[in-house]
Design a protein around this ligand. Structure first.
Ligand code: SF4
Length: 369
């Protein structure tokens, strides 16, 4: 395997007109032994990938191929976590990759991308950066938080694509953006020699080993994620952490306390940009998919109730109790880092933090400083 390449698809598919783009050339060079197809009709390839035989797993097989294509539509969107009735942080998502080589049992993409499950990445990063630049330039008074980790892992494909390094160089030259690269991988090598001018936060989603080892197939171990985060800090990056999903199980609180201790022991806590908390939340459809695709998963064990947004969560009183403990341990171990919650109501926010939830602009301001 080419050095730095930790994952390879079974097949590489490249849109014919994109064959000689920088992204396609890089991927072909990094995957010399992987069969490559030239694709004339991208939509037909996507439709094929979504076709499900009775015993098939279209989503799983979609993850094992990689399509490189030109995106003709938009790249930026408001974060879909910004659901009415829930506290919002004005986050924008930038989609350069869709789907992910990892296979977490609880991943919402299993349902969200069920009609288009092929792992796919854009070749025209310049167009994406042009769209972002237009937005940044139109609002010089605002500071934007933008992340690529909504429909994908921001770094898992970096050795093949080089997208993130382009984003770091772009953000370094802009004064009103904080770019977040969110991952469960260790693919940071290419970032280490770049100076982000403090405009990039590399963040890791973390779970106790009891969850990571069982529910997050293909991802780096907790120790390896923390080691990668420490390398990023040493290279000058701020890092962030997402305890999301927080999974409730017997003994989980002790495990989360150990997890917070592991973070504080491995990192310079003064250079942690933020920590988010988000309880496990699954739609009814996703619960069915978890049962089907991950029969050994334990994320559906325990009592969960349907919330106002239609998602199933541990009931509110239990969520608040767990959040409060985590928040207290975080304040003790990582006092300077803002802690916020993702996809929770103002009522839960107030019960956990003891103060009214900030509006979206105020929360965004706290997190983009
Ligand atoms: S790392 Fe993130 S995007 Fe990838 S499978 Fe896991 S939850 Fe989904």
């Amino acid at each position: 395997m080419v050095p730095g390449v930790t994952w390879r698809p079974e097949r590489l598919l490249i849109e014919r007109e994109e064959w000689d783009t920088g992204v396609a050339r890089r991927a072909r060079a990094a995957l010399p032994d992987v069969p490559v197809d030239c694709v004339d009709d991208v939509q037909a390839v996507r439709r094929d990938a979504a076709r499900r035989t009775p015993a098939g797993d279209a989503f799983g097989s979609g993850k094992r191929q990689l399509l490189l294509y030109r995106e003709r539509g938009r790249f930026l969107a408001a974060c879909q976590a910004g659901t009415p009735g829930l506290v919002c942080c004005n986050y924008l998502t930038l989609t350069l990759v869709s789907n992910c080589p990892f296979d977490c049992s609880y991943c919402f993409l299993q349902e969200y991308l069920s009609a288009n499950p092929l792992l796919q990445a854009v070749t025209n990063v310049d167009d994406a950066l042009g769209e972002v630049a237009t937005v940044l330039d139109a609002h010089p008074e605002r500071r934007f938080r933008i992340g690529t980790g909504e429909l994908a892992d921001s770094l898992a494909l970096e050795p093949l694509l080089g997208h993130a390094a382009r984003l770091v160089r772009f953000a370094a030259a802009r004064s009103n953006v904080v770019m977040e690269l969110k991952t469960k991988s260790t693919c940071v090598d290419e970032l280490l020699s770049l100076d982000s001018q403090d405009r990039v936060v590399v963040s890791w989603s973390l779970s106790p080993p009891a969850i990571a080892d069982r529910e997050e197939a293909g991802t780096a171990s907790l120790a390896d994620r923390l080691a990668a985060a420490a390398r990023c800090q040493s290279a000058g990056y701020r890092v962030g952490f997402h305890f999301d999903p927080v999974v409730d199980y017997e003994g989980c609180e002790d495990d989360y306390r150990d997890l917070i201790g592991a973070v504080a022991g491995a990192l310079d806590v003064a250079r942690i940009a933020w920590v988010s908390l988000g309880s496990l939340r699954l739609t009814s459809g996703l619960r069915g998919i978890v049962r089907q695709r991950h029969p050994g998963s334990q994320v559906l064990l325990g009592e969960q109730v349907r919330s106002a947004d239609g998602k199933w969560r541990v009931f509110q009183g239990r969520r608040v109790a767990v959040y409060r403990r985590l928040e207290r341990w975080l304040r003790e171990a990582i006092p300077a880092a803002p802690v916020y919650m993702c996809m929770e109501s103002p009522a839960v926010w107030e019960r956990v933090f003891g103060e009214p939830a900030p509006d979206a602009q105020a929360l965004a301001g706290q997190l983009s400083g």
